[in-house]
Design a protein. Structure first.
Length: 584
């Protein structure tokens, strides 16, 4: 059972909090198992009374048997319900801890994982482990204890006959291991393929418009069918092994029964065993058949679930690269002064993105970052809320190193309006007040006021249920401009002292951009907040206090719109190219 301990010992910490329930369930199991040899004993007595034609004794035995089955039923009910509760509670705890661990990971970790695969591990794989926990205590342990109890009774009746019966057991045990190893390997392959399918489906459904636009339906269908067929073959090989296993095990069991009758007859002829005892012995063998079969099935399930256990606990091995210091303190309300000193940054693939960047932004200043794709604009702003940490250098707010404050207190003071806004399941009001635990029927005045500032109130009131309208997945049904205005309303409600606009209007049409830009202008002017704009459309940053031009991870130009145009360098080139004109 080394493979069992290797695969499932990691579940023990999650079982420990529920040990009292498990112990109570095992107590019921012990009571259930203790009654099993009584059934074999009663069969022997029945044989004797039947042979004697003793109707009265048979009637009394029937009542005794009924009482035994009632007691067994009560014990079994207690075992099943308690074990189901323990299994469900354990898996709920496991899922919660896995989810909590994933929430601690930084963006670099998520960038290396497939969303569909993570979803599969948190749902299908953990559910399978829950079923294994339930089966282990609900079926496997009772069956093992039943075999121990019945075999002990058989040894008491006739040890020679029991010894002969058990000769074939090592062969069956070896076959269990042989079949189990192959089932485990095939199961892991199948589970990985299912995860691949899940990731593919997520990718396809997310990009359905592009697939339609490129008439790539047949191509995607071929990819899906190919992966589905590979999974079918792996699962079919699993069923083939099972199909071979059960007849072989059944044959060995049949041979053991025939051997029992042959040796039993021999023992009766030697007067070492009575007919009544042999009937009881045969009944005991019959009581062993079902537990042996169930152990076979459960061993198969345990081996097949090896892959699920590995896939779930592998998630705990993912470690964040951005860690909150144990001595981190809460960041007090800030003025919004930002300073980056000698910042060097590279992603996990080793690609250098920022090289020796130095930058100081004063409270209330509006600073825009421009430059070609890959120049480091988004990477630079991602350092402020510590989505990533630099390889070297210091990022500070109001003179405080961001590595010395808690994530929550830091990020609550930094509002972000991204290029693509994702809306969550829930009402429009809950999306605006995201993170505030707003009920589905609640509608604080602050939410309405934030929506008005964000130019969102009018279109929200046109929705079927206004602010209480339930959002579909990702905010489908709303235009890009409408989703952006809800994102702006979020930022208004958060009221951050530092605001990051990460190409917030680059994906919008002209009409939507005008509405969103007007909302952004209002947001930027509220309470003199510090604003950093990552811009692709240079028309949106003409009024910025300062414009920084980045190229290859370095700040190569700095000034306001007019001074940079007059300089005739990179910014002027980008601006003139965008507006299709030559410099004056």
């Amino acid at each position: 059972m080394a493979w069992f301990l290797k695969s499932y010992h990691r579940l023990l910490p999650f079982l420990a909090p529920h040990r009292l329930i498990i112990l109570a369930a095992l107590g019921c199991t012990a009571g259930f198992v203790a009654t099993t040899p009584l059934l074999a004993y009663m069969v022997g007595r029945l044989t004797k009374f039947f042979g004697d034609g003793d109707l009265r004794s048979i009637t009394e035995l029937a009542w005794e048997t009924l009482g035994v089955f009632i007691v067994r039923g009560l014990f079994q009910f207690g075992q099943d319900t308690l074990m189901a509760k323990a299994a469900l509670d354990t898996i709920t705890d496991l899922r919660a801890q896995v989810y909590a661990h994933l929430q601690k990971l930084d963006l670099a970790c998520f960038a290396s994982q497939r969303t569909g695969d993570l979803t599969m591990r948190l749902t299908g794989d953990i559910d399978r482990l829950g079923e294994i926990v339930r089966r282990f205590f609900y079926q496997f342990v009772p069956c093992v204890l039943t075999i121990v109890a019945v075999v002990s009774y058989l040894i008491f009746l006739n040890w020679q006959l029991t010894l002969v019966t058990m000769i074939i057991a090592p062969g069956i045990g070896w076959l269990f291991g042989w079949f189990g190893t192959r089932l485990s390997d095939l199961s892991r392959t199948s589970q990985d393929q299912i995860a691949d399918l899940s990731s593919m489906l997520f990718e396809i459904f997310s990009a359905i418009r592009i697939i339609r636009a490129f008439a790539a339906e047949d191509y995607e269908k071929e990819r899906f069918v190919k992966l589905s067929d590979e999974n079918r073959l792996a699962r079919f090989r699993t069923e083939q092994i099972k199909a071979v296993q059960y007849p072989i095990i059944g044959l060995l069991q049949a041979l053991s029964v025939l051997l029992v009758f042959w040796v039993g007859t021999w023992q009766i002829s030697l007067h070492n065993l009575s007919a009544e005892q042999f009937a009881s012995f045969a009944a005991g063998i019959g009581l062993l058949l079902d537990p042996v079969r169930m152990i076979t099935e459960n061993l198969n399930e345990l081996r097949q679930a090896d892959g699920s256990a590995d896939r779930v606990f592998e998630l705990f091995e993912l470690m964040p690269t951005v860690l909150e210091s144990p001595k981190a303190r809460v960041l007090a309300p800030v003025q919004g002064r930002i300073e980056l000193q000698n910042i060097n940054f590279a992603y996990t693939d080793g690609r250098q993105v920022l090289n020796g960047v130095n930058l100081q932004i004063e409270p209330g200043e509006v600073v825009a970052l421009v430059g070609p794709s890959g120049s480091g604009k988004s990477s630079l702003v991602n350092l402020l809320p510590r989505f990533y940490d630099p390889l070297s250098g210091t990022v500070s707010i109001d003179g405080i190193d961001v590595r010395n404050v808690t994530f929550a207190s830091l990020r609550r003071q930094i509002g972000i309006v991204p290029q693509e806004t994702l809306l969550f399941s829930g009402t429009v009001a809950q999306n605006i007040a995201y993170g505030c635990n707003l009920g589905p029927e609640e509608l604080p005045d602050e939410v309405i006021e934030a929506a008005k500032i964000a130019n969102a109130h009018e279109f929200i009131m046109d929705l079927p249920n206004g602010y209480r309208t339930q959002m579909s997945e990702g905010g489908r049904g709303l235009s890009g401009g409408q989703r952006q205005r809800i994102a702006i309303a979020r930022a208004v409600l958060l009221d951050p002292k530092i605001l990051i606009l990460d190409e917030a209007t680059s994906a919008l049409d002209n009409e939507s951009e005008a509405l969103v830009q007007a909302a952004l202008d209002r947001l930027m002017k509220m309470k003199g907040r510090t604003v950093i704009i990552v811009a692709h459309r240079l028309s949106t940053i003409r009024d910025a206090d300062r414009i920084l031009v980045l190229d290859r991870g370095q700040i190569i130009e700095e000034g306001n719109h007019l001074s940079l145009l007059a300089g005739g360098k990179v910014y002027a080139s980008l601006y003139n190219r965008q507006f299709e004109r030559t410099p004056a």
